[in-house]
Design a protein around this ligand. Structure first.
Ligand code: NAD
Ligand code: UDP
Ligand code: UDP
Length: 325
């Protein structure tokens, strides 16, 4: 429990990461205002928080101004999965850019501290490996992923300009692939897709030949990184990579999930989506030295916990579809 109760705004709080963050902030003794328009988020993710005396939920789209009184902001609102952020790409860019302007305007008025959930996608299809924070990236500004990648890059620019121009206290975290309970079963991201397919005995949809790599971080490790970054001194702005540097080919992920679920599913090869990065892995030297942070949950342990979650969800048939699906 924290000694000082802060009023904390979490945008995108009904989403996968946001719901875990709200839970952690409440456990630390803070007052939480969760804001979400339920584009990809789910009421079920936060249903268990509703009776909590320090939790409040507001249905709101961050592309519109928001006037509330708070001390800290975690700005997570944005669809994160390629199928969802590409469903309405103009809205994705608006959410990242206009949403950032509104939340920065709010932070500026209140002199509140604000953390931006940025992404490893700012590095695009990286030519530097593993990715360090000073690498400027290799993003196709015209491709189908650009609404998200360039939206997040523009949001980072806005954060640093509000910091330089208006002295807003900012923290920018570049999140690498994170997984865990409360990912949406129709989310389209690789961990949730493979687990749901394996549990249903359906074919595992492997895009390309599966040699592309990713490094997967369990959600509790990521949230710990958020908290540590938010609590750094004001001169610490980031960007800071937070992710698990254990890199594996996506094909190996499929095999592990088949093994851990004991599934009879077979692998079905599908075309690799355009601009799909061939490799991605965080260099977390900065997080280690600045935040004394590193991930503690091994991939198989995190996968087991995630498999248990999806097994329960599928058994209870609680797998509703996102609003726009
Ligand atoms: P998610 O889709 O589960 O959560 C995003 C939340 O934002 C949802 O609840 C959605 O309804 C809400 N939202 C979307 N547009 C909104 C708007 N205009 N106004 C209000 N709410 C809106 O995804 P997530 O994995 O929890 O991602 C959270 C944040 O972390 C995102 O900003 C994402 O870009 C970033 N991120 C996540 C990962 C990851 O691996 N999970 C990796 C990199 C970055
Ligand atoms: N804003 C908001 N809540 C606030 C303060 C500002 O949503 O409490 C929004 C407002 O819509 C504004 C944006 O944040 O357009 C940027 O604010 P800023 O003060 O930087 O710009 P200005 O108001 O001068 O356009
Ligand atoms: N992927 C896959 N099958 C799926 C979903 C994703 O092979 O059903 C691949 C995808 O092409 C990418 C990797 O898994 O190479 C990670 O995809 P995800 O959408 O989870 O995240 P991102 O591409 O943003 O890292």
């Amino acid at each position: 429990m924290s000694l000082v109760r802060k009023r904390v705004l979490v945008t995108g709080g009904a989403g996968f990461l946001g719901s875990h963050l709200c839970e952690r902030l409440l456990a630390d003794g803070h007052d939480v205002l969760c804001v979400d328009n339920y584009f990809t988020g789910r009421k079920d993710n936060i249903a268990h928080l509703h009776g909590h005396p320090h939790f409040e939920m507001l249905r709101h789209d961050v592309t519109f101004p928001l006037y509330v009184e708070i001390d800290e902001i975690y700005n997570l609102a944005c669809p994160a999965s390629p199928i969802h952020y590409q469903f309405d790409p103009v809205q994705t860019t608006k959410t990242s850019v206009v949403g950032a302007i509104n939340m920065l305007g709010l932070a500026k008025r209140l002199k509140a501290k604000i953390l931006q959930a940025s992404t490893s996608e700012v590095y695009g299809d990286p030519t530097v490996h593993p990715q360090t924070e000073d690498y400027r990236g290799n993003v196709n500004p015209l491709g189908p992923r650009a609404c998200y990648d360039e939206g997040k890059r523009a949001a980072e620019t806005l954060f640093f300009d509000y910091h330089r121009q208006h002295r807003v206290r900012i923290k920018v975290v570049r999140i690498f692939n994170t997984y865990g309970p409360r990912m949406h079963p129709d989310d389209g991201r690789v961990v949730s897709n493979f687990i749901v397919q394996a549990l249903r005995g359906a074919p595992i949809t492997l895009y390309g030949d599966g040699s592309q790599t990713r490094a997967f971080c369990f959600v509790s490790d990521l949230i710990e990184g958020f908290m540590r970054l938010m609590n750094t001194a004001d001169e610490v702005t980031g960007p800071v990579n937070i992710g698990n540097p254990h890199e594996i080919p996506v094909r190996e992920l499929a095999e592990r999930i088949i093994h851990l679920t004991g599934s009879a599913s077979t692998i079905e090869y599908r075309p690799l989506p355009q601009d799909d990065p061939t490799q991605r892995c965080p260099d977390i030297t900065l997080a280690r030295s600045l935040l004394r942070w590193e991930p503690s949950v091994a991939l198989d342990d995190g996968l087991r916990r995630t498999i248990d979650y999806f097994a329960d969800l599928l058994a209870s048939d609680g797998a509703d579809t996102p609003r726009h699906a």
